[in-house]
Design a protein around this ligand. Structure first.
Ligand code: OAD
Length: 252
């Protein structure tokens, strides 16, 4: 089914977006009933919004955190397949996610970059320290929450990259794209840069570029191959095909 898998395959870079977590019950941003349908991103996802109304911004992310830590939110078959790819592939796999949830790591992915930050971490705007948030010590941030490092009050913000801020580990990502044989983009609408431009960087490096998505993204035309479908169906099938190719490449 997947003619897109290159013959010689050593280095894979994968980009995921909200679509990979949709079937775990996490809302996407731009679909019907997406998060940006019910919240203005100018009110909750910009540094100016946090300066203007920190309580509103904290409430928005507190709500996201509660949803993520509810018993019903679990990694799905797509997250699990990507973790299997990393552990079984005889070569290098880097997973870059725009998602702020922790479902990739809960599925077992380790070589993972959260380019837009992490919901389950807080950052102190006074001392710069980043600290995990967990159920035992409380997952909400409010004006009375202390920074565990410098003990100041009211200085914690979500460890999220907001619009106008620079995504994390960009040098590492472009370095990996420069030597990738295969770039796979999964469940992202291709509306937000720099992530939406990774396909161009991968094409320039000579990588085979593949989009797996429910529908055509804004950057569909830049991909060499594309397959439409739900992540929990497409991703496990694609991963199995990559691992089969990988096994047949090994010297007998
Ligand atoms: P979007 O909500 O823009 O796009 C989600 C994509 O996933 C769409 O193209 C859907 O068609 C697709 N999709 C939905 N359900 C799917 C499923 N079950 N299987 C496969 N695909 C599915 O989300 P992102 O592209 O991730 O940034 O958004 C990028 C960034 O914009 C986010 O990281 C966030 C947002 O504003 C920040 O907040 C900084």
């Amino acid at each position: 089914m997947f003619k897109s898998i290159p013959e010689s395959l050593n280095r894979i870079v994968i980009l995921t977006g909200a679509g990979v977590s949709a079937e775990s019950g996490i809302q996407t941003f731009r679909g019907a009933d997406g998060l940006w349908e019910n919240h203005r991103l100018e009110d909750v996802a910009m540094p100016e919004a946090f300066a203007r109304d920190p309580l509103l911004v904290q409430r928005f992310y507190n709500e996201r955190r509660r949803q993520l830590t509810s018993a019903s939110t679990k990694p799905n078959a797509a997250h699990l397949a990507l973790a299997k790819l990393e552990s079984a592939f005889d070569g290098n796999v880097l997973l870059v996610t725009q998602n702020i949830d922790n479902l990739h790591e809960r599925a077992g992915s380790k070589h993972l970059i959260h380019m837009h930050g992490e919901l389950m971490k807080a950052r102190c705007i006074a001392c710069g320290e980043t600290s995990p948030l967990c159920a035992a010590s409380g997952i909400d941030i409010d004006p009375s929450t202390n920074c565990r490092q410098c003990a100041r009050t009211g200085t914690l913000r979500p460890h999220i990259v907001w619009f106008g801020e620079i995504p994390l580990q960009m040098d590492d990502i472009y370095h990996a794209l420069a030597s990738a044989d295969l770039f796979i983009s999964i469940g992202t609408s291709g509306n937000v840069y720099p992530a939406a431009g990774f396909v161009d960087a991968a094409n320039q490096s000579g990588a085979t570029t593949v989009e797996l998505n429910l529908e055509a993204s804004a950057t569909r035309g830049a991909f060499k191959y594309h397959y439409d479908g739900a992540a929990t169906t497409l991703v496990p099938a694609f991963v199995d095909a990559v691992l089969q190719r990988n096994a047949s490449d090994r010297p007998q």
